[in-house]
Design a protein around this ligand. Structure first.
Ligand SMILES: Nc1ncnc2c1ncn2[C@@H]1O[C@H](COP(=O)(O)OP(=O)(O)O)[C@@H](O)[C@H]1O
Ligand SMILES: [Mg+2]
Length: 381
């Protein structure tokens, strides 16, 4: 073949190949462009939805009765809802400012400052303006969150309930004391009349029960008061228990129950005397009352590494296992009739538990039916 013709054919083939290659790459480019445009549009659509969702969410958050303040990791305000703004005096223009510039409550600013870099959540109850508020500050994530829960209504009802119980108890105390006095006089007058004596004794028993009930209700309502003062004082434990035992000796003798102690001479405990008295009186009283004729009660004191262990053990009737989870509930008795006969109100162990908690202690119980019961109290040193 002629070399010129051959070269022309080769040139033609090369040109053909080049145009095919150009066409293919152009198509690919176009497809890529279309794909990226599609993706972009999809993204835009999604961010539109997010914007809408955020708007909806912040509208919903502005309606709730809890306050929310969200800050960035540096403490600049990102989001506040209406309740938080009203409570803390934050203006909508404060967005982007540091929390200490935006929040107009010194107590809350101090709380955030103190806990800003901590990994736990801080909880505090504060009076802000005329509201009682539970303030929670969470810094255990990138964004810092301040939550404000309005407790004003709950507090109002709690106070009303406590005042009501305290008032009713005090109101009942006076007429009851008068009734008791009349019965005592009558008892003296009717010494020689058997039937009259029997009825008077019965009435007297009921009066004493009501007296105890009122005492227990007053103690409980005092312990329930959030503002109750714990007056720490060093107590010589042995002398304290001996006085208590002598106060309870009459009922111990009536049941022929012996009370022993295992308390070191120099045993001391720094605590609130009234609360410790309520705890020990109720525990020893129960250990005597729910004992067997001729039984034993043992009070011991041990100093552990970080706490003090006080135990009251008896050789009494014991508590069935199924009842143990409930014995600290108000008015709960294993045997209602037995407790009533013994003048029990069903409030003793509730008082013991509440007082122990107020002293930052804990209580444990072990019991075996027919063999006896052991209550152990652990108090911080
Ligand atoms: N040491 C104990 N031994 C056996 N049962 C006990 C003892 N202490 C408490 N209980 C049971 O727990 C119940 C609740 O005790 P408490 O709150 O002191 O009320 P109560 O006024 O009846 O004594 C008692 O009624 C009794 O059934
Ligand atoms: Mg009791």
């Amino acid at each position: 073949m002629n070399p010129i013709v051959t070269s022309i054919i080769i040139l033609l083939i090369i040109t053909c190949l080049i145009s095919v290659w150009v066409a293919v790459t152009e198509r690919k480019k176009r497809e890529k462009l279309i794909e990226s445009l599609r993706k972009k549009r999809k993204k835009e659509k999604k961010s539109n939805i997010n914007q809408n969702e955020i708007k909806l969410l912040s509208r919903a958050l502005s309606l709730i009765k809890e306050g929310i303040v969200i800050m960035d990791p540096y403490g600049r305000i990102i989001f506040t809802n209406r309740f938080a703004r009203e409570l803390l005096g934050i203006s909508p223009k404060d967005e982007g400012k540091y929390f200490y510039q935006a929040i107009k409550n010194f107590d809350v600013v101090t709380m955030i400052n103190e806990n800003f870099n901590e990994s736990y959540r801080a909880w505090q109850e504060k009076k802000i303006g005329d509201k009682y508020v539970q303030v929670i500050f969470g810094s255990d994530m990138d964004e810092k969150v301040l939550l404000l829960i309005d407790l004003t209504t709950i507090k109002k009802y709690e106070t009303l309930k406590k005042d009501f119980i305290a008032n009713v108890s005090h109101e009942l105390k006076t007429p009851l004391a008068a009734m008791k006095l009349s019965l005592e006089t009558l008892e003296e007058e009717c010494k020689d009349r058997e039937t009259a004596k029997k009825f008077i004794n019965k009435a007297m028993e009921r009066v004493k029960y009501m007296e105890q009930l009122i005492e227990d209700l007053i103690t409980l309502s005092k312990l329930e008061n959030v503002g109750i003062q714990v007056n720490l004082k060093e107590i010589h434990f042995k002398a304290f228990i001996q006085k208590l035992i002598s106060d309870l000796s009459e009922i111990a003798q009536s049941k022929n129950v012996k009370i022993e102690t295992d308390i070191p001479e120099n045993a001391k405990v720094k605590t609130d005397e009234k609360m410790l008295h309520a705890i020990m009186k109720n525990l020893i009283d129960n250990a005597i009352k729910y004992n067997k004729e001729g039984g034993n009660v043992r009070v011991t004191f041990k100093e552990l590494k970080n706490e003090i262990e006080i135990s009251v053990c008896d050789t009494g009737i014991g508590i069935p296992k199924s009842h143990i989870p409930f014995i600290f509930e108000r008015f709960y008795r294993v045997e209602r009739s037995r407790s009533r006969k013994l003048g029990g109100t069903g409030l003793g162990l509730s008082i013991v538990k509440l007082a122990t908690e107020k002293l930052n202690g804990k209580i444990e119980v072990e019991s075996e039916e027919g063999k006896g019961t052991c209550f152990k109290i652990y108090l911080p040193k």
